[in-house]
Write a protein that binds this ligand. Structure first.
Ligand code: SF4
Ligand code: SF4
Length: 157
């Protein structure tokens, strides 16, 4: 029997199925910087103040949208168009018809396969609570590949 992510669309999935798609990479919890002139988006070594880098988990997942106003609210409708989401993100991949990667825990059966594949963020990220906004540029690590050049940027982590 085929797994649910191969037979259902994102909008047909149950809440547990939807939640299980997150591989826990933490890439949507790092602070991103957008170049106003070019629209390019850059990753930093800085994470959301609610992100536990050691565990690669949100410290307050249930209340995250109330606590962090620009925390991503992923839906079946926006999964393909949030251009700053990482290419590896399962929601983005499925929305774009790519299927899950072989390192995804639902495929590999091992949550550690995400880190082994180099997809997970570092455990040494700095909290944004400890970095002044004007200093963020100094923490840029690389440019993030984007989904579609003209899709809107709706959040920055
Ligand atoms: S980028 Fe996608 S897969 Fe990674 S933590 Fe965020 S929602 Fe989950
Ligand atoms: S509030 Fe949102 S961006 Fe911040 S750690 Fe939690 S899930 Fe990640």
């Amino acid at each position: 029997m085929k797994p649910f992510w191969e037979t259902k669309s994102l909008s047909e999935m149950s809440t547990p199925e939807w939640e299980s798609l997150c591989d826990g990479c933490g890439q949507c919890c790092i602070v991103l910087i957008e170049d106003d002139d070019t629209g390019e988006i850059f990753e930093t070594d800085v994470a959301c103040a609610l992100f536990d880098a050691e565990k690669r988990r949100c410290c307050n997942y249930g209340d995250r949208h109330a606590r962090v106003s620009d925390c991503v609210r992923l839906t079946p409708d926006n999964a393909a168009t949030l251009r700053w989401m990482p290419e590896s993100c399962a929601y983005r991949r499925l929305a774009n018809g790519q299927g899950l990667a072989d390192w995804h825990p639902l495929v590999s059966g091992d949550p550690k396969s995400v880190a082994r594949a180099g997809i997970a963020v570092s455990a040494k990220l700095i909290s944004e609570a400890d970095v002044a906004e004007q200093d963020l540029e100094a923490f840029i690590t690389k440019r993030r590949k984007q989904a579609r050049a003209n899709a809107p940027v709706k959040a920055y982590r």
